[in-house]
Design a protein around this ligand. Structure first.
Ligand SMILES: [Fe+2]
Ligand SMILES: [Fe+2]
Length: 232
């Protein structure tokens, strides 16, 4: 299946006035400029990743790959925490079990990739991206549930957008294929989290909050970080 058709299929149920109205403001990387903007918009993101991050990929690919393994592990942990927090939400529990399985499978795949490249998996100081986003989560329910799900969805979206960039950017065929293979499931996770947030607020309220959090996410990602990470 052609990649563009796959992308459109993934986003069939995702399009919303918010997503359609989103515009990429940051200067996108040098390859696939048009598709980067389209994908960022479809994922509710307010910006495309910058040349600064691509330069970090070029100079510190091993570290980015190690951090990617940690991100998959953390994504499984986030889904597990949400399942424990909202255990009375049956659809959420069903979806979280699926996401936990998939994220752990991704973690396993990245560990294999590291091993084949003789890159030692090790502890890394995480980027501040996740903490800064989680600091925006409101304290009282049900707003807290909405925010936790939307923040999880935005992290999935940024990962997905960056996997697409990596797919286009890395000269290594094995890596390009690997990132192409992860794109679809991370995009689906994004749309699942946004859909589940609608269990805890009206569609209009969720769209409005997604707009606010996506703007904050773009601001956080534009701040950037010295440490080369998947979300630096
Ligand atoms: Fe994943
Ligand atoms: Fe994911």
């Amino acid at each position: 299946m052609r990649f563009e058709i796959l992308v459109l299929r993934v986003f069939e149920n995702l399009r919303s006035p918010l997503a359609a109205g989103s515009e990429a403001r940051a200067e996108p990387p040098r390859r696939g400029r048009g598709s980067v903007r389209i994908i960022a918009g479809m994922l509710s993101l307010k910006s495309a990743s910058s040349e600064r991050w691509i330069a970090q990929v070029d100079s510190h690919l091993d570290e980015i790959l190690i951090d990617h393994a940690h991100c998959e592990k953390k994504a499984a942990g986030t889904a597990m925490n949400l399942m424990f927090a909202y255990v009375e939400d049956e659809e959420l529990c069903q979806e979280m079990t699926r996401i936990i399985h998939e994220e752990l499978a991704h973690f396993h795949l990245v560990l294999g990739l590291l091993r084949r490249r003789n890159i030692r998996f090790r502890r890394l100081t995480p980027s501040a991206y996740g903490r800064k986003l989680n600091d925006l989560v409101r304290k009282n329910e049900p707003a807290r549930a909405v925010d936790r799900l939307l923040v999880a969805g935005l992290i999935e979206a940024r990962s997905c957008e960056r996997f697409d960039l990596l797919r286009q950017h890395v000269p290594d065929a094995e890596l390009a294929e690997f990132y192409g293979s992860l794109f679809e499931s991370e995009a689906r996770h994004h749309s699942t989290y946004v859909r589940l947030a609608r269990h805890y607020a009206s569609s209009e309220a969720v769209d409005q909050r997604l707009e606010e959090l996506a703007a904050e996410e773009a601001r956080i990602v534009a701040e950037g970080e010295e440490k080369p990470r998947m979300h630096s």
